[in-house]
Every structure is written in C-alpha cells, then in structure tokens.
Design a protein around this ligand. Sequence first.
Ligand SMILES: Nc1ncnc2c1ncn2[C@@H]1O[C@H](COP(=O)(O)OP(=O)(O)OP(=O)(O)O)[C@@H](O)[C@H]1O
Length: 211
Amino acid sequence: MTPNLQTLHIKQLKLTLAGDTLLAMHRDIAPGEVLTVMGPSGSGKSTLLAYLAGFLSPAFQAQGELYLGDKRLDTLPAEHRGIGLLFQDPMLFPHLSVGGNLHFGLPRRARDKNAQVAKALEQIGLAGFETRDPATLSGGQQSRVALMRLLLSRPRAVLLDEPFSKLDTALRQEMRALVFGQLREAGLPTLLVTHDEADAAAAGGPIVVLE
Ligand SMILES: Nc1ncnc2c1ncn2[C@@H]1O[C@H](COP(=O)(O)OP(=O)(O)OP(=O)(O)O)[C@@H](O)[C@H]1O
C-alpha cells in the first residue's frame, strides 16, 4: 500500500515564551523534501520539533496551524499525527530483539509482518538478525534498525533531531546516504535539525537558520 504523498504546511507559526517571540515560521515541506533547520543553542530548534510532534511544553504559547495535505494536525494529539521521529540515540527497546523492535513499528493490521521485517533487515544489510539482542549490534547497525522501525510505522512526515551526531565520520556519511535516500524514496516531507553543515548539504533541501 503506497500512502498518499502529502505536503507538510507550517502556517503562520509563532512560538512565544512569556510574551517573547522565540520563533516564527511559515513554510511548506513537499513530499520527499528535507527542510534543514539550523541555529545556535537556545534558538528554538527543539521547541519547534516539540510543537510539530505534538509535545510542546505548556510553558510556550503557539499561534498558527499545521497541516499535512488538507488534514489539520496541530489540534491532534501526538499519536494521531502520523509524524515519525529519529533522534541521535537509536532508542531501540532493550527488552525486545531486533525483530521485535521492527515488529513494534508495524501497524497492528499490517499484512505479512515477518516478511516485511525480513525485507527491512535485508535492505540495511542485516538479513537474518531477527533474534539478535540490540545491545550486541554496533552503533551504526542500531541506527539502521531505528530507521527501518520508523519507516515500517508508515509515517506521513518525519522529524530528524541530530540523527547522525553520535556516529563516527565514515558511518555518518553512509547513514546520511541511507536515511535521505530512503526518505526521498518514500516521498516523506522531512524536517531536519542539525548543527552540522555536511548534514544540511547531504539533505539537499532548503535551509532555515533560526536566530
Ligand atoms: N520547558 C521550558 N520552559 C521554559 N523555557 C524553555 C523550556 N524549554 C526550552 N526553553 C527555553 O526556550 C529557548 C529555546 O530552547 P530550545 O531547546 O528549543 O533551543 P535549541 O535551539 O533546541 O537549543 P540546543 O541547540 O541547545 O538544543 C531557550 O531559551 C530555552 O531556555
């Protein structure tokens, strides 16, 4: 099943903290496009991600609207937004096997679950790793599993929070190619927060610098 590819619309967003404007943004992110957000510490990158994902601290006030296609998201709780997140830490469940982690990503009613998991592992060069304990995987392997868990959950948009910052240089380049390649192929609108200009270059999309 191919999901409808839709644009993420951030409309007239204004995030304020105790009456002071932290950031304002009005942007569209097209299917398969990566919008990179950069800016110094404290400029509001994490707050923007929290707003988009649906867990903004009540300390902030948000004005504006968030849409995916013509579906309004900002009035929905996080779990109904269809937004997938990838952080610098792969955050695999330690009590589940690699396969268990991937099964967790699948929608409950997905068909051929075992085959989907096997195919996902094959795509990241980890065919046959289903029963492995995630703790026995290298950092790069864990990151790849986290990416596949995200994609199996069929998100409609993706947020990346410094996803490569914990990897060494060689692995970082490999993961950039894999992550951006997969997201582009899936046609997902993506917002990337990073401090690394090489991430932004690899993402290949527009760049917003917060002040
Ligand atoms: N829950 C909160 N309550 C009050 N102020 C907050 C809260 N969270 C963040 N802030 C403040 O909001 C501003 C933006 O913080 P934010 O974490 O979004 O910045 P950032 O750009 O992600 O920084 P970094 O690059 O260090 O992660 C900062 O001044 C911070 O102190």
